[in-house]
Design a protein around this ligand. Structure first.
Ligand SMILES: Nc1ncnc2c1ncn2[C@@H]1O[C@H](COP(=O)(O)OP(=O)(O)OP(=O)(O)O)[C@@H](O)[C@H]1O
Length: 221
């Protein structure tokens, strides 16, 4: 998958959050969006994901020709409308809520109805990998914040999509959870487009491309 931003800018009311972003994001590469609190990292990630509209500029989404998800490497190349981009993109973010009344089994089964998981993995496998087997029949509202974060990461990383967006992925994780996160990236990140929004280096240590949001705060040229 390839996502190309051309002259991308976003403002809320009169305040430009970022402007003049020309950037290609390509499968097989991990990108980090960095910057201080309130600088616009989450906003840019949501613009990339097509969840919020940009105020100026253009985003182009292309899949296929070896740029698809892990399981479908030979699909022909085609351009995707922004309204359909969500089918090819998963996201884990602090502001996205889980359905607290469900167990993790119910939650993952529900998620899979809309966005299937990688075909080589089952829901019991996922629960076991993220260390929630013993808690699998508890309602999510009884989970700790770190357990909930593991579920959010699983939903994003195990979805059968070519692009995974991760906003502050280690929020609430302990040392074992952080190691699990890195293991998931090593095991399931290859060939995908991964974009991490974070100001914590341990969350994006594997990223090879850095985008500093502060470079896009200047007045329009
Ligand atoms: N819906 C909105 N309406 C108005 N302003 C908004 C909206 N969403 C975000 N903002 C503002 O846009 C700016 C960037 O917010 P954003 O959440 O993208 O920053 P961030 O870099 O991800 O911050 P953090 O590191 O604290 O998570 C902030 O000033 C925020 O108040």
């Amino acid at each position: 998958m390839k996502i190309s931003l051309t002259n991308a800018g976003k403002r809320f009311n009169r305040d430009w959050i970022f402007r003049n972003i020309d950037q290609e994001f390509i499968s097989g590469t991990a990108y980090a969006i960095t910057g201080p609190n309130g600088s616009g990292k989450s906003t840019l990630l949501q613009v990339i994901g097509g969840a919020i509209m940009m105020s100026e500029g253009k985003a182009k989404y292309t899949i296929g020709n070896g740029q698809w998800a892990i399981d479908n490497t030979n699909a022909p190349e085609k351009e995707i409308e922004v309204d359909n981009a969500f089918q090819y993109i998963s996201i884990a973010a602090p502001y996205l809520e889980l359905i607290e009344e469900m167990t993790v089994v119910e939650m993952l089964e529900f998620h899979a109805q809309f966005k299937p998981f990688l075909s080589r993995i089952t829901i019991p496998d996922i629960i076991s990998i993220i260390g929630l087997k013993a808690a699998s029949h508890k309602q999510i509202r009884f989970y700790s914040s770190g357990m909930k974060q593991r579920v959010k990461l699983a939903q994003a990383i195990f979805s059968d999509v070519p692009c995974v967006l991760l906003d502050e992925p280690c929020t609430n994780l302990d040392a074992v959870g952080i190691e699990l996160y890195h293991q998931l990236i090593r095991d399931y990140g290859n060939n995908r487009l991964i974009i991490v929004s974070s100001n914590d280096p341990q969350e994006y240590s594997f990223c090879t491309e850095m985008i500093s949001i502060m470079d896009y705060k200047t007045v329009k040229r």
